[in-house]
Design a protein around this ligand. Structure first.
Ligand code: URA
Length: 298
């Protein structure tokens, strides 16, 4: 229910003032008292590409934190008409971010306005994703320290007022330490802490040969690039980490990425794992995130 007494009040954060009913375009909601009540008290924002994965995580979280059996509970998407889906379990939000830096960047701005307007200032953002591994077994999980650009320098470039600005892309080292510390000594898969590359796309940007258009590079050139990547302790290609790392460092929010690898790119381009194997791999990234979340909220 709308609390009319609040309609003319302003919401303040980060030196900005927002009228109640400030519109969050990418979430297709207005900030009002009902929305603030719905989102107050959130600390952890977990982000994944698809709405289905965000929902699956919410279902698991409901089971491990509240004991609610998955068969009896379907998480409700709180953004019914938005480009993104969001599910809440206790102080955790599980949100979809779509694909690529531009998609996640739009989510990050609006979800952060929503969090701050709801009075949530102590925040941790974790992207839980899939990736293409580099010289590690498929199914390994990587916790990212620094997000690299495809030219193998760090930073996230944005062109602002006609000028390129490069924002830093370090994840929060202490959050990463807590994530690693929360894992059991013996796990069924390999866990690495290292760096990641945010590619511009799945094909050319990740030096594949199986895109729609024949690339100009050859295998020899690609191998040289892979060697440089490995020398930088980079374990995987994906498409969002520079955006989340740079946004969160600007917004003063702790951030990390936990991504499972679906393939070892030294051995090929095509992701050939079966749907079941892919689900199993994706569950591993969930496991690492859930171990961490449980260590914090238990
Ligand atoms: N996601 C990517 O960006 N690359 C892969 O190879 C697999 C998943």
């Amino acid at each position: 229910m709308q609390n009319n007494s609040n309609l003319n009040k302003t919401i303040q954060y980060n030196g900005n003032k927002f009228m109640q009913e400030h519109y969050l375009y990418n979430l297709n909601i207005f900030i009002n008292q009902e929305v603030i009540d719905k989102f107050h008290g959130v600390k952890y924002v977990c982000m994944q590409g698809s709405g289905d994965r965000a929902k699956a995580l919410a279902q698991k979280l409901a089971k491990v934190t509240l004991g609610i059996e998955e068969t009896y509970f379907t998480p409700q998407n709180l953004f019914k008409t938005a480009k993104f889906e969001v599910f809440r379990v206790g102080n955790i939000l599980s949100v979809s971010h779509g694909m690529g830096t531009i998609s996640i960047m739009n989510l990050l701005d609006d979800i952060t306005k929503l969090m701050k307007a709801s009075g949530n200032t102590d925040l941790e953002y974790i992207r839980i994703g899939t990736s293409g591994g580099i010289n590690i077994a498929p199914g390994s999980v990587v916790v990212t320290d620094t997000a690299y650009k495809p030219d193998l320098t760090t930073g996230y470039p944005m062109t602002i007022l006609g000028k390129e600005i490069i924002f830093p892309t370090q994840m929060d080292a202490s959050l990463n330490e807590r994530i690693i510390k929360a894992q059991p000594e013996i796990e069924q898969f390999n866990l690495y802490r290292g760096n990641s590359i945010t590619a511009d796309d799945f094909y050319l940007g990740q030096c594949r040969f199986d895109g729609a258009i024949k690339p100009r590079y050859d295998e020899n050139m690609r191998q040289k690039y892979f060697k440089k990547i490995m020398a930088l302790n980079i374990y995987n290609f994906e498409m969002e980490s520079t955006a989340i790392a740079s946004f969160c460092s600007r917004a003063n929010i702790s951030a990390s990425m936990i991504a499972v690898t679906l393939i070892d790119r030294l051995n090929g381009d095509q992701v050939t794992a079966t749907a079941e194997e892919l689900d199993n791999f994706a569950d591993r990234a969930h496991t690492v995130a859930i171990n961490y979340l449980l260590s914090q909220i238990a």
